[in-house]
Write a protein that binds this ligand. Structure first.
Ligand SMILES: [Zn+2]
Ligand SMILES: [Zn+2]
Length: 86
C-alpha cells in the first residue's frame, strides 16, 4: 500500500502530512491537528506500507492527523473521517 496524503476537501494530492494540514488551513480555512511527533505508524500484519509509489499495488488516501487511511476511490470516507474525528 502506498499512502497518498490527500486533501479531504478538494482531493489534491500532497507530498506529506504537514503539507496537507497547511494546505487545508490556507486554502479551505480549517485547522486540523497534526500527528504527535516521534510516533511511527503502527505496523499492520496484513498490509505492507511502501514509500515508493511504483512499488505499491494499492494506493490509499491518508489522513494527515492520525493513522487512518482509506481506498483511493473513496474520498468521501476520508472526508467523513476528518469531520467526525478532527
Ligand atoms: Zn484542498
Ligand atoms: Zn484522522
Amino acid at each position: 500500500i502506498y499512502l497518498q496524503h490527500t486533501c479531504y476537501i478538494c482531493g489534491n494530492a500532497m507530498s506529506g502530512g504537514t503539507q496537507t494540514i497547511n494546505h487545508i488551513k490556507a486554502v479551505h480555512g480549517y485547522e486540523i491537528p497534526s500527528r504527535a511527533v516521534g510516533y511511527k505508524r503502527p505496523q499492520d500484519n496484513d498490509q505492507e506500507y511502501v514509500r515508493d509509489m511504483s512499488n505499491a499495488d494499492v494506493l490509499h488516501y491518508a489522513c494527515p492527523s492520525c493513522w487512518f487511511h482509506c481506498p483511493e476511490d473513496d474520498l468521501e470516507a476520508l472526508n467523513e473521517h476528518t469531520r467526525d474525528e478532527h
